[in-house]
Structures are given as C-alpha cells and as structure tokens.
Ligand binder design. Structure first.
Ligand SMILES: *Cc1c(COP(=O)(O)O)cnc(C)c1O
Length: 368
C-alpha cells in the first residue's frame, strides 16, 4: 500500500532547516541571554520589514497578540468594557477569547460562503460597535476597501487577525498592514511556525505599539517601574532565534502553497466538491489551508483516512455555538453553520505533487 500522507508532520516541515535551527537555539543557550535580548529585537525589525509595518512587538502567542491590542485600546480609552466587537463566527476560538478576556462583547458575524471570510454586506453593526476583527481565514485576505473605509468613518477600530495569512497581500499591501493593528501567530503549524508558542503585534501607530510593549512586559517602562497593570506576554530569545531562521523562507513557502493549491484545483474534478474560491490577480493568498466542501464530508473524511490520507476540519463548530459561549442567545448564522458541516482541509503544508495527485484521484473516485 502507498505510504500514508500526513495532514502535517512538523518533523517534515522543519526537517530541511533542522541544522540551522539547532545552531540558532545553541547560540542563544550559550549566550546566557534568554529574555528581552538581541534576537527578539532583530526579529521584530525583520518582521516589520517583511510586512511593511512601522512597529512590531514580539509576544508570547497569537491569542496574547490579539488580547494585547484590545487591552491597549482599552488603556487608551478608545475601547471600554462592554463595547461590541464584530468577529466572524467561523474562526479559531482565540479570536473570540481575546474579546471576552478583555471584557468586550463579541458579536458573531456571518460569512460569505465563497470566501469563508466576513460577509461585509451583512455586518451586525449597532450603535455599540466599536471594533471589528477581520480574520484572514485560511490565508485569504479578508479585505474590502469600501467596507474598511466605512468602518473607519464610523470610528470603528479594525484589527486584523493575521494568524493564518503572513505573506498574503492585496493590491500590493501585505496583510498585517491593512488596518489599525494586526496579530500574528507563530504556532508551530502556521505557515511560519516557531518550535513552541510565539506571536507578534504589528501596527503603524507608535503610541499603540508602545502601550502593547509595556503591557506585555509587566506594564513597565523601565525595570521595576510599572505604569500599567500589565502581564508577562513576551516572546523569548530562543523562539525569536528559531523564527529568524524561518522568516526568510516566507516567499518560497507562499509560492509552494500557491502551486499546490493550483494543482489541487486542476486535479479535483468531482462535481460533488466545491473547491476554494481563487482570488483575483491583485490578491496573494497564503493558502494556510486548502479547504473543500462536500455534502458527505464525514464519509469522505473516513474514506480518505482508510486510504491513508490525513485531513482536518477548520473548524467543526462555529465559535458562537461552542459550549463556552452557548449560554448567550445568538442569532443564527446560516452560512457559517452550514459550511461548518461540509468543510474539509486537505494536506497542503509539505505534500508533493504526486501526493496531491493521489489525494485528488481518490476524491474524484469517491462515491457516497
Ligand atoms: C492560530 C490562531 C490564533 C491563535 O494563535 P496562538 O498562537 O495559537 O495563540 C488566532 N486566530 C487564528 C485565526 C488562528 O488561526
């Protein structure tokens, strides 16, 4: 039988850089400097240059990056407890947790079923809407200039959840630099992944960046002088050193993922499958996930598993229907709820052309 195709195996993902990663970790270990040192500083500069943002603050993970942005806006008096934050329902739970952990009220929004991103024509705007988190889900920029401008005119803060779309762009502008501030995650399975947890905040707003940095470092301006009731949400030197090995690969990773997505698109011919929407030429997709829809999704997933192909579901339950938020009386969100039952993520991180061919052929041959 043919060899199993893993959904993603991080040993494979990190394999080609293993010697450099070991050398980077060793450099930090031997330096004796593990927190707030030169690796983090250098990584912040490199990431800001890559994304075209003026300021970058390296932090502990993607959830904390989102939380720190929201908290900084609260400290600045731009947001306050109880304010409504519009968030697409079909995101990773972290986007919702960031809002609720800051005392903000997440208002789940429905999605455009062709893009899986926010439906800008159906935003649940109210007089209490003060912020919106645009999630670039699966690596596709969630961007609409008219909608962003209209939100800005209403005084709504727009934050990008750029956890899945580092390296994507629209109209020549990188995700992470499209709105007021952006959160990035370097969770190991992300397009650029750390070997542990890590994240970053990007913004062109100097004051916001300074507040985020202070909050993440015990609210201190200098050691032992605490201005804000902050937290410890720093990226450590080892993760920064490892990420400095991987960040230069971003263009190649995006290129490879685009090629794989195009190959899936060409090879999958089954009429029962809805393939992902392909963006116009002014948009670069990061293809963090390649997500198809199928009416018999669970059967298809079992069938692929039997044939040795690992798949995932991102995400099986929309956030507003998760147990932790179920007590709230949410309006139904038909597009998000319907798609959650039919979506299936195919392997894209490290698969070869042959493996894509094998997967596509099996999908084409699948009969419910
Ligand atoms: C991964 C992810 C996060 C959270 O990042 P962590 O580093 O795991 O905390 C937030 N939002 C989205 C959309 C993500 O995919």
């Amino acid at each position: 039988m043919a060899e199993r195709i893993e959904f993603q195996d991080l040993k494979t993902t990190n394999g080609p850089q293993m010697d450099q990663l070991v050398a980077a970790a060793e450099r930090v270990l031997r330096s004796g400097r593990y927190i707030n040192g030169p690796e983090v500083k250098a990584f912040e500069n490199e990431l800001a240059a890559e994304t075209g943002s003026k300021y970058c603050v390296a932090v502990s993970n993607g959830l904390d990056a989102l939380r720190l942005i929201l908290k900084a806006y609260i400290v600045k008096g731009i947001l306050k407890e109880g304010d409504e934050v519009i968030i697409p329902a079909n995101t990773f739970i972290a986007t919702f947790l960031a809002a609720t952990s800051c005392g903000l009220k997440p208002v789940p929004a429905d999605i455009d079923e062709s893009t899986f991103c926010l439906d800008f024509d159906k935003l649940p705007l109210t007089d209490s809407t003060r912020a919106l988190i645009a999630v670039h889900l699966y690596g596709l920029p969630c961007y609409n200039k008219k909608a962003y401008d209209a939100l800005k005119a209403r005084g709504v803060v727009v934050i990008e959840d750029n956890a899945q779309a580092l390296g994507a762009s629209v109209e020549g502008k990188n995700t992470g630099s499209l709105a007021d501030a952006a959160a990035i995650s370097f969770y190991p399975a992300k397009n650029i992944g750390a070997c542990g947890d890590a994240g970053a905040v990007l913004t062109d707003n100097e004051d916001l960046a300074r507040t985020v940095r202070m909050l993440a470092n015990y609210g201190a301006s200098e050691k032992y002088y605490h201005i804000l009731p902050g937290c410890n949400c720093r990226m450590d030197e080892i993760q920064a050193a490892l990420l400095r090995v991987k960040l230069p690969l971003i263009r190649k990773i995006i290129e490879d993922r685009n090629r794989r997505a195009a190959l899936y698109d060409a090879m999958i011919t089954s009429e029962a499958v809805i393939k992902p929407w392909l963006p116009p030429s002014d948009t670069v997709h990061a293809w963090h996930q390649y997500v198809i829809r199928h009416p018999w999704r669970d059967d298809l997933r079992k069938y692929l598993e039997i044939h040795g192909i690992g798949t995932e579901i991102h995400y099986p339950v929309p956030c507003h229907l998760q147990e932790c938020y179920r007590a709230e009386a949410w309006d139904p969100l038909p597009a998000a709820e319907r798609s959650a039952k039919e979506i299936l993520s195919l392997p894209i991180a490290d698969v070869t052309d042959k493996e894509i061919e094998r997967t596509a052929t099996l999908i084409n041959e699948f009969k419910e």
